[in-house]
Design a protein around this ligand. Structure first.
Ligand SMILES: CC(=O)N[C@H]1[C@@H](OP(=O)(O)OP(=O)(O)OC[C@H]2O[C@@H](n3ccc(=O)[nH]c3=O)[C@H](O)[C@@H]2O)O[C@H](CO)[C@@H](O)[C@@H]1O[C@H](C)C(=O)N[C@@H](C)C(=O)N[C@H](CCC(=O)O)C(=O)O
Ligand SMILES: Nc1ncnc2c1ncn2[C@@H]1O[C@H](COP(=O)(O)OP(=O)(O)OP(=O)(O)O)[C@@H](O)[C@H]1O
Length: 484
């Protein structure tokens, strides 16, 4: 990509002032970065003030590496032009969208938000598009996927340069639809600013990330802002069974369409529920049924949302129907450990509602369920005791441990979890011995579930990321003789 500095500056909506500009119409910008380490010759450096560092402190390094202009939000000394904006995170999103030729306007972008189920829903919609023969892309926790290529990302919703670079490549490769997980942090940090969505979907809202958003009201309002980025011709898709759905739709442009899916409401546009191992569907006057893709009600919510997204692109329900039975859950989402006789599941549940949904569905299917419950270090403390409470309420037996303690003391995490129970519990400050003990107990249970890590294959301890293969550990420990 190549743009003149002038081209890009005219796209900045919150431009305040600049120091001097040396013929911006002739200054060619070959790339943009917010990391001084990644700046190359003829790049534009955008200073972002982060949690650990402040990009404004790295301007000299950026210039040394080839930056020909700087975008900043506080006064800096530099021997290249400095462009001042009110908010450099917003500016970064504006620049990224313009630099990559507004790629969100050149395909159908489908944003999915909600406390739980984003990865699952986007993966299910991606599978449906694939089965139908359409070329779709996917951006989310499990990485970026399109046209047989896969790229890793550190975030659920990446930074705006990464998003727009891949959307541009998708357009070039003929991708028509892109599914994108949208986290509330990404909305708050303007990572998705400027993107135009063909559909925005809302799954549910429950306790999470209150360390970041402070209150549930702010958390809900932040998520709802996604709906303000719908195209006029777009559609806001919401789960009518979650009371926050009206807030989401209230933020959509008045000319945009709305579409409600539900397992309970009789007035929703798409209704789906399970009956005798069948998935019963009703779309207006049209009734249909398919073998049940999943037993869990929450996964039927995710499926209904995925169907709603595909329906919006003009694909009829009859064309979607034969593919529902082929759907599979993404890695680490109620994933049954293979190669063993016992029913042991690995699940990424890390919110009270996710854990409640999973444990409720397992206790309904299996008489004796054993839960290995854990919480991560340096993440929302307030939810830990609630996570414990929902397991206690389910009647399942529970062992406690931690995952990804980072710099937090495991004792601290365990105490927070244990506060949700009135009885003494078996607790392990390290995860591997906890899994060993859990496996030793499995002979007395019909089913076991290990919460926390899901697809993740590293443990974050201090500043280290240590390889950690949970399914492999389960297989190994279940084959060993029981500990004395
Ligand atoms: C807490 C948080 O949001 N951190 C994000 C943030 O990192 P940071 O604030 O630590 O960045 P920093 O290291 O302080 O650096 C600040 C600036 O200085 C620059 N810098 C720094 C050093 C240097 O030598 N030169 C230089 O230019 C950096 O490039 C950066 O622009 O900016 C990074 C780049 O965009 C993000 O990758 C990173 O997300 C981390 C990985 C993260 O985990 N974020 C969480 C909160 C998050 O976003 N989670 C949601 C999912 C939630 C869910 O669904 O459950 C998500 O969307 O992933
Ligand atoms: N619709 C749902 N409602 C409640 N819980 C759900 C739902 N879908 C999935 N879950 C639970 O949440 C866990 C994470 O699912 P998923 O990765 O799809 O959600 P997510 O919103 O992408 O989470 P994250 O943003 O943290 O990656 C699952 O392993 C399951 O425990």
């Amino acid at each position: 990509m190549l743009k003149t500095l002038q081209d890009l500056l005219t796209k900045l909506k919150q431009l305040v002032t600049w120091t001097y500009l040396d013929n911006p119409a002739k200054t060619m910008i070959e790339g943009i970065s917010f990391s001084s380490k990644e700046i190359k010759q003829n790049f534009l450096f955008v200073c972002i003030s982060g949690y650990r560092h402040d990009g404004h402190d790295y301007v000299n390094e950026a210039i040394h590496n080839g930056a020909v202009a700087i975008v900043a939000e506080r006064p800096i000394e530099a021997r290249v032009p400095v462009i001042y904006c009110k908010d450099t995170k917003q500016a970064l999103a504006e620049l990224a969208h313009a630099f990559y030729d507004y790629p969100s306007t050149r395909l159908r972008l489908h944003g999915v938000t909600g406390t739980n189920g984003k990865t699952t829903t986007t993966a299910l919609a991606h599978q449906l598009f694939g089965h139908i023969g359409m070329s779709a892309g996917l951006i989310g926790t499990l990485g970026i996927t399109y046209c047989g290529q896969k790229f890793g990302t550190p975030n659920t919703t990446p930074d705006p340069l990464t998003i727009n670079r891949h959307l541009h490549a998708m357009v070039e490769d003929g991708v028509t639809d892109c599914l994108m997980e949208v986290s509330s942090q990404a909305i708050a940090e303007s990572r998705i600013a400027e993107l135009q969505f063909e559909t925005t979907s809302f799954l549910n809202l429950s306790h999470d990330h209150l360390d970041y958003h402070g209150t549930m009201v702010t958390y809900a309002y932040t998520k709802a802002k996604l709906f303000a980025q719908l195209r006029d011709s777009g559609c806001g898709i919401v789960n009518a069974d979650d009371s926050h759905h009206a807030l989401m739709l209230s933020m959509a442009p008045s000319v945009a369409d709305s579409f409600l899916f539900s397992r309970h409401s009789t007035t929703a546009n798409l209704i789906g529920y399970q009956k005798d191992e069948q998935f019963m569907l009703q779309l207006g006057d049209e009734e249909a049924q398919s073998p049940l893709p999943f037993y869990e009600d929450y996964n039927l919510d995710n499926t209904l949302c995925a169907i709603s997204i595909v329906l919006h692109t003009g694909i009829p329900l009859a064309e979607i129907l034969p593919h529902l039975k082929k759907l599979t859950l993404p890695s680490g989402r109620l994933e049954r450990v293979t190669g063993i006789n016992q029913s042991v599941y690995i699940d990424y549940g890390h919110t009270p509602d996710a854990i409640k949904q999973v444990v409720t569905s397992l206790t309904a299917r299996y008489p004796r369920v054993l839960v290995l419950l854990s919480a991560a270090g340096e993440r929302d403390r307030m939810k830990r005791s609630n996570m414990m409470e929902v397991v206690v309420a389910s009647g399942a037996d529970v062992i406690l441990t931690v995952h990804d303690p980072r710099h937090e003391h495991p004792r601290h995490i365990l105490d927070d979890l244990a506060a949700g129970s009135s009885v003494e519990l078996v607790q392990f400050a390290e995860r591997e011995p906890a899994i060993r003990f859990f496996c030793d107990q499995m002979a007395d249970y019909d089913c076991g579930v290990i919460f926390g890590k899901g697809h993740d294959r590293v443990e974050r301890i201090g500043d280290e990321a240590v390889p950690f293969d949970e399914p492999e550990l389960v297989r190994r420990f279940l084959q060993l003789p029981k500990l004395p």
